[in-house]
Design a binder for this molecule. Sequence first.
Ligand SMILES: Nc1nc2c(ncn2[C@@H]2O[C@H](COP(=O)(O)OP(=O)(O)OP(=O)(O)O)[C@@H](O)[C@H]2O)c(=O)[nH]1
Ligand SMILES: [Mg+2]
Length: 309
Amino acid sequence: MRDLRLLPKKSVSLPPMKSGFVNIIGNPNVGKSTLMNALVGERLSIITAKAQTTRHRIMGIVTGEDYQIVYSDTPGILTPHYKMQEAMMQFVHTALVDADVALYVTDVVEQHDKHAEYISRLQKLKIPLVLVVNKIDLTTPEILEQQVEQWHAELPQAHIFPTSALHKFNLDALFKLLIDLLPEGPAYYDKNQFTDKNLRFFASEIIREKILLHYDKEIPYSAEVCIDAFEEKTDMYRISGIIYVARESQKAIVIGHQGKKLTQIGTAARLDMEQFFEKKVFLQLFVKVNPDWRDDTKQLKKFGYLPNE
Ligand SMILES: Nc1nc2c(ncn2[C@@H]2O[C@H](COP(=O)(O)OP(=O)(O)OP(=O)(O)O)[C@@H](O)[C@H]2O)c(=O)[nH]1
Ligand SMILES: [Mg+2]
């Protein structure tokens, strides 16, 4: 029998592995988080109709046979008034620097002039740029066409892509384009890993989402959630969270008459957690006043806005 080792290797043309970072940036409320969740197929980022819902950079990892896309959802671009918002913008700037593909999201309702500062940055990018025009369910084909032309004139190098993240319209085609644009390379993360954040982070975000949904005015923007205990029992998670607000008057509003409001958001958060964790959850919530956390470096480190070195 012939020694098989001496035979020339049969050339099996496996498709090359594509991998890299697709970083999603854009103004507040345009649908960045809705888009990432839809592309990943998990509810990783919280979504509300209020601007500044996302405060962190949250990765969503999708791995297939021959690709790995590491999406990053980021906070909406704003002019910072607090150190917390400066940290939020730092997440955005880093995301522009370490992307393999930049995915800039706008929508059909926001004013074009809201982009001025970032347009010049986008024009100088050396990496592929995809400009997603989201919420096309809210406009007509004629208006959309005009907007696409305007974007094309301003960013001739961009792949302009109309979507409706809410209705999952055009997302398969977007995914294919992203795979095309990604460089060849090995997977960065284990194929079973789907995010860089831990269970505590998701628990705190789910509580924060309920605060955004149930309170108006300044409360959602003054509030932060910290998980002070997260016990993993065999049949359940026992979670204790502290809601920090800026003033005594806000604490009273968050708790509500006879604690009813707090019970209401606690129940809503627990139900969402049980769905997300696929586990029974026992949730306790406390409210504390913490006037200056948005400008306090130590606390911003504790809450994960600043690195801990
Ligand atoms: N009609 C419509 N609404 C959408 C679409 N995508 C997102 N939305 C809505 O827009 C609002 C904002 O969505 P988010 O995904 O939280 O937006 P974001 O850009 O992540 O916002 P920030 O985190 O605050 O910067 C929510 O009410 C979404 O339901 C869409 O395609 N069509
Ligand atoms: Mg968001």
